[in-house]
Design a protein around this ligand. Structure first.
Ligand SMILES: Nc1ncnc2c1ncn2[C@@H]1O[C@H](COP(=O)(O)OP(=O)(O)OP(=O)(O)O)[C@@H](O)[C@H]1O
Length: 287
């Protein structure tokens, strides 16, 4: 289970324990409710919006679910929540005085998103940063995340206030960085990478989304944004390439119809296998 502990983020610190340390590495991690249990928490981040972070989050969640795991998605993208729509969930989440119940997709993935709390999913969320951050914290602390093997967090885009709150308050076991070829300039990926490093969160790797288009007639892969710089950027930073996803109109259609969970493409299958092996090895080592 994800523990609310993390080592000191000050790499020069030599204290054996944080207790009483004047460098004040006090944990800001939030406790979640006593009936929740999540083995591994993986954040999906991007240096900027619109690159397909929700798409990758949903794809990884479905692939893990297909492996037989109990999976949840915490949609921390409060101002642009797209996960419920992609899975065709349009209910208002229920709850008791003490907990909120996540909704479930047809595949059995538990989901919490601000859209499940709004009467009308088209209502805009006009809240300022601190409130947005508190809502995300509550999605962690007040939602009943019962017995999950994997939780994927669709992080707010960028490296601002709300992503920082998520990094500080939820015990992430790793992050996946999503980028598209246009913005796969090392600067944007590096920002997301450096933010994770500063918080001592392992970077599991990089996914390039909208990487190419496959010609429907001859199957040729066309790099419409030019040659992919994925490998060189990943090498420069020293992180793994998890996969490349083309622009796939069939999956986009499924997403628009609320049927995302039915996709058949195998773009991230290997990535999910590798991630699973790494995470479950870590889990076994802890036991
Ligand atoms: N590989 C892809 N093929 C086809 N459509 C895609 C692909 N990736 C993303 N899309 C579509 O592009 C749109 C934006 O994707 P998505 O919502 O995942 O981006 P995002 O990074 O989460 O955006 P934001 O940060 O603004 O929330 C969606 O309509 C999605 O279905």
């Amino acid at each position: 289970m994800s523990e609310n502990t993390r080592s000191c983020s000050d790499s020069s610190c030599t204290a054996s324990s944080c207790e009483g340390c004047d460098k004040n590495p006090k944990s800001l991690l939030e406790e979640f409710n006593s009936d929740s249990s999540v083995k591994k928490v993986i954040g999906v981040v991007s240096g900027k919006g619109g690159v397909g972070k929700s798409f990758v989050t949903a794809m990884l969640a479905v692939l893990m679910r297909r492996k037989g795991y109990r999976v949840g998605i915490l949609d921390a993208d409060i101002t642009g929540p797209s996960i419920p729509k992609m899975f065709g969930i349009n209910k208002v989440a229920g709850g008791t005085e003490h907990v909120i119940f996540p909704e479930e997709t047809d595949e059995g993935i538990k989901v919490m998103s601000v859209n499940l709390l709004l009467e009308n999913e088209e209502d805009p969320v006009l809240w300022r940063g601190p409130i947005l951050g508190n809502v995300v914290k509550q999605f962690w602390t007040d939602v009943l995340w019962e017995d999950l093997d994997y939780m994927f967090i669709d992080m707010p885009p960028g490296t601002g206030d709300v992503p920082l709150t998520v990094f500080q308050s939820i015990p992430l076991d790793g992050i996946v960085i999503v980028s598209s070829p246009q913005d796969l300039v090392s600067m944007i990926v590096k920002k997301a990478y450096n933010m994770a490093k500063m918080m001592n969160i392992p970077v599991l790797g990089l996914v390039e989304n909208m990487s190419y288009v496959k010609c429907p007639d001859c199957g040729k892969e066309i790099n419409i944004f030019g040659e992919s710089k994925l490998s060189s950027v990943a090498k420069e930073i020293g992180i793994d390439v998890l996969g490349r996803i083309p622009i796939d109109p069939d999956i986009a259609k499924l997403a628009d119809r609320g049927l995302f969970g039915r996709f058949k493409a195998k773009y991230l299958t290997e990535a999910a296998d590798e991630m699973d092996a790494r995470m479950m090895n870590e889990e076994a080592a802890v036991k």
